[in-house]
Design a protein around this ligand. Structure first.
Ligand code: FE2
Length: 375
């Protein structure tokens, strides 16, 4: 029998359903409201929908690509000048991760680099609402923000329960225009969160509730959401699955997929693309260590063929990646053999994630996995 602590890291309110942005009922009285979003989202109707609820809100739309500490500090500075009392993050993981930091630091003097690490934040004094427009990172449910340190190019985390928002809106109508390749890669990130957290050595009776149900929703709907972007049902399931994945990793963590993904992220390969590529090979590597635990996933995975053995689950994920419009090899994203040992050395630095992996990994094993991804 294992021992564990159950935490209560959960947003106070979660509003789920199509069109629900219009029904936000919290913080409507706030006068100084800041919307933080990706630059790409500025011209979409999604910002207008939030503006209808908060007509006086200012919009900060300078988030481009994955956030750097410079980008986040600029957003924090903007927030401080406006003395906002509500921050709303709307967009993909980058916008949400930035909004979380802005809300946390707005009333203080620190820069983001001063709060990298665990539990370095003072109690948050600014209200925070998060509205994801991709079904992937689960940032709206997690205690992390991942930011690239502009001084050394390394992705670092701010980890604190102060990052948990006051409210979340999961409105699938906002995800309808997401292009198929991004739906696929972000969806694979979410699926990785659920599968990795379920197999994590840190999983417990509470975390698997989120992992399993998230996995069921994502596995059943990812292909449909990619093939038919306007399918509201599939989009809604993906958004909820992604949120549940965020809750799951907040409790059980991710494993080797994410550990090996970070060095690829450093080379500008999108997070979900890297994770999707790695998932089947990491499951294959982990097989000898967790066959029984993998078989527990069977009821939650959508498969046309019966999943009679853990090997069938590996094959299922391999097949899924093949059918989705995402790069499948390192060659396709411009990474060659000469990079492998450096990648492996960098992945070994992700000890925080590797300790959760059901089978231990040395640098040679990591390099072997990257090699399998080459072509
Ligand atoms: Fe992720």
């Amino acid at each position: 029998m294992g021992t564990y602590i159950m935490n209560n890291h959960f947003p106070a309110y979660v509003l789920y359903g199509p069109g629900t942005v219009a029904r936000i009922e919290w913080d409507r009285e706030k006068k100084r409201v800041l919307i933080i979003t990706d630059r790409g989202l500025l011209k979409t109707g999604n910002i207008k929908r939030v503006h209808k609820v908060f007509p006086h809100a200012d919009v900060y739309g300078e988030i481009v690509g994955e956030p750097t500490s410079e980008m986040v500090d600029a957003a924090v500075e903007y927030g401080r000048r406006g003395r906002y009392d509500l921050v709303i993050g709307i967009g993909g993981g980058s916008a949400l991760d930035t909004a979380k930091i802005v809300a946390a630091l707005l009333k203080g003097k620190e820069s983001v680099t001063a709060v990298f690490g665990k539990d370095r934040l003072q109690p948050r004094q600014t209200r925070l609402g998060l509205i994801p427009t991709t079904a992937g990172t689960g940032s709206e449910a997690s205690i992390n923000s991942i930011i690239k340190d502009s001084t050394d190019g390394i992705k670092k985390s701010v980890i604190s329960r102060e990052m948990i928002p006051d409210w979340v809106v999961l409105d699938a109508e906002l995800t309808m225009s997401l292009p198929a390749p991004i739906t696929a890669s972000t969806g694979m990130d979410a699926l990785c969160h659920c599968i990795e957290s379920a197999l994590s050595l840190n999983a417990n009776d509470f975390s698997v509730i989120y992992s399993y149900h998230g996995m069921k929703l994502l596995s059943k709907n990812i292909e449909q959401a990619v093939a038919e972007g306007t399918n509201l049902e599939a989009r809604g399931a993906m958004l909820l699955g992604s949120f549940l994945g965020g809750l799951a990793i907040t409790r059980a963590g991710t494993t080797a997929v994410h550990a090996l993904s970070y060095p690829l992220g450093k080379r500008n390969i999108p997070h979900g693309v890297a994770n999707g590529m790695l998932l089947p090979w990491i499951l294959d590597y982990n097989l000898p260590a967790c066959q029984d635990k993998m078989m527990e996933l069977v009821p939650y995975l959508d498969s046309k063929k019966p999943l009679a053995a853990a090997e069938d689950i590996v094959a299922l994920t391999m097949e899924l990646v093949k059918t989705l419009p995402v790069p499948k090899t390192l060659a396709e994203v411009g990474i060659g053999e000469e990079c492998l040992s450096e990648l492996a050395a960098e992945a070994m630095e992700q000890k925080r994630l590797l300790v959760n992996n059901p089978r231990s990994m040395d640098q040679e094993a990591v390099e072997t996995i990257y090699r399998k991804l080459l072509f």
